[in-house]
Design a binder for this molecule. Structure first.
Ligand code: ADP
Ligand code: MG
Length: 407
């Protein structure tokens, strides 16, 4: 894959596909508030490298999941990237021009008006329904409208590279292109995890649903030494082992697959560690009453919301001698402070590991930051949950393939 150093960007318009898909809190009055600007910060090195070389940087990005049939309906419903433009301007210490549409008249005017070293941000690219379209010709036609705004393309939106979308997949085919520094860094770390990771290689998986992660488990079983499973997805594993799980999250249709996976892990000599105790709450609420119970005695009328103290200790001990760690998915409902202890304990245990430590997943990254743990306590916090999981599943990522081709 070519990098920015391989492009002559000085004085030229560069369309930069970035991942600025930050979580928003729209519950207050007025403009939605950015609750974690990690993805904006992670995009800064590529932006400043380009502006430092005199490029005219036109950023294209998506935000949230706009709904509606046409552009107008989606734009009216939001979310707009305007608060992101403002935050980006603050972090860059310079104004960011904002186009009121994704690839229309305003985008053309803004693109024509910026000078060498300037930065502009286009409105939410997913306001354009064909950005994510299934029809190749329609998607290609939209990509051509974006291509008309610039002379060069830089792909740096790692969190979207697993998507076959116009701005990610079709656009690199229309302009001379390179990968941005963030994409190159993310890929380098994931390659380290998939090619000969230092042993013991310990993977911690949590989060809501096993269906999101079974592919990763299947692909990693051949290289991982220990697999620690907690969070919402662990109840399907516990159920597969015959335990009562009450009203906890459960994907009953995945039990056969999970049972097969438990057998496969045993056959390959992978140590698969499940919770030994759980926090059982009366219901899903921040102030629900709760008790710690062993997995062998889970009350049928309760819901599991966190790993228990014995499991926290067990997981920390299983991590203590690791040389490579990948962690994806909170170990409990960390959004409720009463049920965040398991996720916090695992995060802290990983910061003590001497070796390569990688955190993947938007909620996992948000959890780490909510605990006040600095990003540099880990080797790498991936900006792309879905993208990093699909990479580790061994899937081909369309956005990376497009950047590799005809660069
Ligand atoms: P990531 O974004 O890091 O990949 P996921 O999206 O897979 O993580 O999962 C995050 C969600 O899983 C969080 O919102 C968290 O509340 C939820 N979760 C974790 N454990 C449980 C549980 N025991 N019951 C319900 N939800 C859970
Ligand atoms: Mg998530």
């Amino acid at each position: 894959m070519k990098g920015i150093d391989d492009l002559d960007v000085s004085g030229r318009r560069v369309l930069l596909r970035a991942d600025l898909n930050v979580p928003l809190d729209a519950s207050g009055p007025g403009e939605p508030r950015i609750t974690d600007d990690g993805r904006i910060r992670a995009s800064l090195p590529t932006i400043t490298k380009l502006t430092g070389r005199g490029a005219r940087v036109i950023i294209c990005a998506h935000l949230g999941r706009p709904k509606g049939d046409g552009y107008a309906e989606r734009a009216a419903g939001g979310p707009s990237l305007l608060p992101v433009a403002r935050r980006l301007g603050e972090l860059l210490g310079r104004p960011v021009a904002f186009a009121g549409d994704a690839a229309g008249e305003s985008a053309a005017t803004v693109a024509a008006g910026i000078a060498d070293g300037d930065v502009a941000l286009l409105e939410n690219v997913r306001f354009e329904p064909t950005e994510t379209g299934k029809d190749d010709a329609e998607r290609g036609a939209f990509a051509a409208r974006l291509a008309a705004l610039a002379a060069l393309y830089v792909g740096d939106g790692f969190g979207a590279v697993h998507r076959k979308h116009a701005s990610v997949y079709d656009l690199p085919g229309l302009l001379p292109h390179a990968a941005g520094d963030l994409v190159l860094a993310e890929v380098a770390v994931l390659r380290q995890l998939t090619t000969d990771p230092a042993a013991p290689f310990t993977v911690v998986l949590g989060g809501a649903k096993p269906s999101d992660k079974l592919g990763v488990i299947a692909n990693l079983l051949g290289s991982v030494d220990r697999l620690l499973i907690g969070g919402g997805m662990s109840y399907t594993f516990l159920k597969a082992q015959g335990h009562e799980v009450g009203h906890s999250l459960l994907e009953a249709d995945k039990i056969p697959q999970v049972s097969a996976m438990l057998e496969e892990a045993a056959r390959l000599g992978v140590e698969l560690v499940l919770p030994v105790d759980l926090v059982a709450a009366t219901h899903y609420a921040p102030d629900a009453s709760h008790d710690v119970v062993p997995v062998t005695a889970f009350p049928a009328d309760r819901e599991g919301v966190d790993i228990g103290p014995a499991t926290r200790e067990l997981f920390a001990q299983k991590l203590s001698d690791a040389k490579t760690v990948f962690w994806n998915g909170p170990l409990g409902v960390f959004e409720f402070p009463a049920f965040a202890a398991g996720t916090r304990a695992v995060a802290e245990a990983i910061t003590q590991v001497g070796g390569l430590t990688v955190v993947g997943g938007g909620d996992s990254a948000a959890a780490v930051r909510s605990f006040g743990i600095p990003d540099d306590a880990f080797s790498h916090i991936s900006t792309g949950g879905g993208a990093s999981l699909e990479f580790l599943e061994g899937k081909t990522l369309p956005g990376l393939t497009a950047l590799e081709e005809n660069a």
